[in-house]
Design a protein around this ligand. Structure first.
Ligand code: PMP
Length: 362
């Protein structure tokens, strides 16, 4: 049997073993074609059927029946930070952002380069350790869209309730929690996500947007940065990241096999509860970083009493086969990323290790 690490990487992150094995089996001869999916034309019927299948599956899993387009783009979620304002933040308009942490901040910085921005709410004063109150936001009259970061991967916060924006499009960076829980996607004008956490390998970014938002872009924007180019060409204007699209399709099939979003959400909540319970019941040995109500079920961030002890924890965990538990370099501490594909058993092994470490170092 293949030896698999207890993989808590923040992204690229663990993929379902069943998907990796399926890809391995199809690697050199894709469905009897005598070639890998990486070796065939993206204009051929075989690749195109995978491309369309992945788009249809994603819409279905998101619970969308009509009115939205799925785009498969490149350049990571980071490129969306710029592409979004390039396309929607037109002359005379203001883009509103909720500042919840490192990624929201990066998205806002890009928009500032392009046009007028407004910070609608921020938790910066609380060192981003919570999601700010977004229940009564005041947005400028000419607001083009309101941007939120549904899950802050570095700090470990996650929205429980999204703001209501009426006719103003609500746009979410869902890079680190897409397809992890039931959400009414119809409340969003657009969502986007780099694939390398919950959807597949890196190299592909998924955009799901209401048709009217992405069907015509300002004429001055270069071709590849226009949403309408990719809508008109069904994300086949240029060569797509074909292997990544294939992998996303396989991961989506795997989510269906888990019972769809309901199934993965149930597992995700069990995994997150197990970890948070271990933290909360450690009599202060482990301390959760963020406000309890805003805790993420994808990125569990915690600290020990000293940086020295944290270093010791990381070293000891690595010796036991745990990978990726070091917090992001900008905030320190510890972080267990428990995306859809991280098995419950890995989380159980981690909490056993945490109990053992506490007993021997407490
Ligand atoms: N947004 C969030 C919430 C992220 O977690 C990340 C990556 N960790 C990004 C954006 C940037 O994604 P990419 O590396 O695909 O550009």
């Amino acid at each position: 049997m293949t030896k698999r690490a207890y993989n808590f990487n923040a992204g690229p992150a663990a993929l379902p073993l069943a998907v990796l094995e399926r890809a391995q089996a199809e690697f050199v001869d894709f469905r009897g074609t005598g070639m890998s999916i990486m070796e065939m034309s993206h204009r051929g019927a075989v690749y195109e059927s995978v491309h369309h299948e992945a788009q249809e599956r994603l819409l279905k899993l998101l619970g969308i029946t009509e009115g939205y387009k799925v785009l498969f783009l490149q350049g990571g979620a980071s490129t969306q930070f710029a592409m979004l304002p390039f396309n929607l933040l037109t002359e005379g308009k203001t883009a509103s952002y909720v500042k919840t942490g490192s990624w929201a901040d990066k998205a806002l910085k890009e928009a500032k380069l392009i046009g007028q921005t407004h910070v609608a709410a921020s938790s910066e004063e609380d060192k981003y350790m919570r999601i700010p109150d977004v229940s009564r936001l005041e947005l400028p009259e000419n607001t083009a869209y309101l941007h939120v970061t549904s899950n802050e991967t570095i700090e470990g916060t996650q929205y429980q309730q999204y703001p209501e924006t009426g006719s103003i499009p609500l746009i979410a960076d869902m890079s680190s929690d897409i397809l992890s829980r039931n959400i009414d996607i119809k409340q969003f004008g657009m969502i986007y996500a780099g694939a390398q956490k919950n959807l597949g390998p890196s190299g592909i970014t998924v955009v799901v947007a209401r048709e009217e938002l992405v069907s015509s872009s300002p004429s001055t924007i270069p071709t590849m940065l226009r949403y309408d180019t990719h809508v008109k060409n069904n994300s086949l204007y240029n060569t797509p990241p074909s292997f990544s699209v294939y992998m996303v399709n396989e991961v989506l099939k795997w989510i269906e096999e888990q019972g769809g979003i309901d199934g993965v959400e149930r597992q995700n909540r069990e995994k997150a509860s197990l970890l948070y319970q271990t933290i909360d019941e450690s009599a202060g040995f482990y301390q959760g970083c963020v406000h309890t109500d805003d805790r993420s079920i994808m990125n569990v961030t915690f600290r020990l009493q000293s940086e020295e002890l944290e270093k010791k924890f990381i070293k000891a965990s690595e010796e036991e086969g745990f990978v990726g538990l070091k917090g992001h370099r900008s905030v320190g501490g510890l972080r267990a990323s428990i995306y859809n594909a991280v098995p419950y058993e890995s989380c159980r092994a981690l909490t056993d290790f945490m109990d053992y470490f506490r007993k021997t170092n407490g």
